[in-house]
Design a protein around this ligand. Structure first.
Ligand SMILES: N[C@@H](CCC(=O)N[C@@H](CS)C(=O)NCC(=O)O)C(=O)O
Length: 134
């Protein structure tokens, strides 16, 4: 069954999922989300993901958001990259949680502010703060 990944090229969170799908040899296709023109804020998109975020993976009758949950699901479905022991699975989860809380969130926000938000709208002080954290 070919999974559909709701994504757009600039999304690092979608990239992680696309990479895992590709490396594990899962059949998938991209469903482009027009993030920069506000698609994730539409009622139609919120019906797919109430959190209003990309990525979303649709496989059969399962619709799943959150890149970390998608990575675990791809590992489960493919039987690859999920860890062979309870200790390995805990180690994988530990890194996924850390990435979501500390790394991807702060890199993504910094990247967005520096590259995609018009200069005049960039909040003073926020970019250096995030850079310091990173
Ligand atoms: N924790 C989420 C973060 C997803 C996320 O922030 N996605 C961005 C695009 S990379 C987004 O859709 N943001 C919409 C918004 O913040 O309004 C995940 O890992 O999937």
């Amino acid at each position: 069954m070919t999974a559909q990944l709701y994504c757009f090229g600039e999304s690092g969170n979608a990239y992680k999922c696309a990479l895992a799908l590709t490396l594990t040899g899962q059949p998938w296709q991209a469903r482009y989300v027009d993030f920069f023109n506000g698609e994730t804020r539409t009622p139609e998109y919120r019906a797919i993901n109430a959190m209003g975020e990309v990525p979303v993976l649709v496989t059969g009758d399962q619709t799943l958001s959150q890149s970390g949950a998608i990575l675990l699901c791809v590992a489960e479905q493919s039987g690859q990259m999920g860890g062979a022991t309870a200790a390995e699975r805990a180690e994988i989860l530990r890194w996924i949680l850390w990435d979501n809380h500390k790394l991807s969130t702060q890199i993504g926000t910094t990247r967005f502010l520096m590259n995609f938000l018009p200069e005049a709208k960039r909040p003073v002080g926020v970019i250096p703060f995030f850079q310091g954290r990173l």
